[in-house]
Design a protein around this ligand. Structure first.
Ligand SMILES: [Mn+2]
Length: 343
């Protein structure tokens, strides 16, 4: 799985107590939060001084996760985080592979003197780090954290809390085992986590069955009033501006998963969600089949991600962004014209 000499070197670094910063990416999802907390619970009992750091607020449907109250949030605790990063012997970057993915916090990671270690499954890592535990063909960073611990021959140290965090990573990053989940190894690891005490049905409820009424009504509104379908491009778009979000008292995480709904139409291969947040537009892309939204986001929307799930940004107005999206997609018309078949 991983490069033996990197594992050996990092294993050596972890053999004596260290100051360790564990960092999540901006707009945190279940994978990055779960990976940070799993590493926190793994390293802390070994005598290290460990800090868990996230750039901005995480959605409330992760607030049940063990240890999450320990998270330092850069938007609130910038001063403490700057010092923690500057003092750290080791910095683990979990679920991202370029410092800019942590927003304004990025430059403090860049400036930090500690050894920088990436555990991540996104394509094309930047060269800013010292050690890479990077596999693009894996369900989640959580799965790679398991492999990292397994690589150190230390799965016996995996407690129920660690297992719960890692399970949350795998469940959320595979859309409850509906994508990026075609490998036997993902299920072997899931089985091991269940043996450590994870209850999959309970975790599913804690993450997905915790909508507020406003969130469910926003979903209904988005699908009935804000959905645009471009048949000839096999594409659907949902756009939500500030007023739409305010109307339903938007809270962080309320649009999570929304982008997946249009893909449930047979004719749709690409779904795009555009939301107005912090005076800029955030784009979220999902595809089914071979169309790469990572490429689309990288080449045209200042973003990136995975083949079937990516994010991007736009500095234009909503109207201009939708127009630009349409003109870009016209160029991909052929590539978007397919129908999934059983083979
Ligand atoms: Mn991930």
């Amino acid at each position: 799985m991983f490069d033996k000499s990197s594992l050996k070197e990092v294993g050596k670094l972890l053999a004596a107590p260290k100051k360790i910063a564990l960092v999540a990416h901006k707009n945190p999802d279940g994978d990055t939060v779960g990976a940070v907390l799993a590493m926190y619970h793994y390293l802390k009992p070994k005598g290290h001084m460990v800090s868990a750091i996230v750039p901005n607020e995480y959605p409330t449907f992760y607030s049940w996760m063990p240890g999450i109250e320990k998270m330092l949030i850069f938007d609130k605790d910038a001063k403490e985080i700057k010092k923690t990063l500057a003092d750290a012997d080791l910095i683990f970057c979990l679920d991202f592979n370029a410092t800019h993915r942590t927003g304004n916090m990025g430059k403090f990671i860049t400036e930090a003197k500690g050894t920088k270690i990436v555990i991540d499954h996104h394509p094309q890592p930047s060269n800013e780090f010292d050690h890479y535990f990077s596999e693009t063909d894996t369900s989640s960073t959580g799965e790679l954290v398991y492999e990292f611990i397994a690589g150190l021959n230390d799965t016996r140290s995996i407690t129920k809390d660690i297992a719960v965090c890692l399970y949350t990573c795998i469940m959320t990053d595979t859309g409850s085992f509906s994508f990026s989940c075609n490998k036997k190894r993902t299920y072997e690891i899931t089985g091991e986590l269940i043996e450590k005490g994870v209850q999959p049905d309970l975790i599913h409820k804690l993450v997905y069955d915790t909508f507020t009424e406003n969130r469910l009504r926003l979903l209904g509104y988005a699908l009935s009033e804000r959905l645009l379908v471009w048949d000839e491009l096999h594409t659907a778009i949902i756009s939500l501006n500030r007023d739409d979000l305010n109307r339903f008292n938007y809270q962080v995480g309320d649009t999570e998963g929304l982008v997946n709904y249009p893909l449930s139409m047979e004719k749709i291969n690409l779904s795009v969600l555009i939301t107005e947040k912090d005076n800029a537009l955030r784009l979220s892309f999902r595809s089914k089949g071979d169309f790469s939204v990572n490429r689309l986001a990288r080449e045209h929307f200042d973003g990136g991600g995975h083949k079937n799930a990516a994010g991007g940004n736009s500095q234009m107005t909503m109207e201009e962004t939708v127009k630009q999206l349409k003109s870009v997609l016209e160029r991909y018309k052929q590539e978007l014209d397919y129908k999934l078949t059983y083979e």
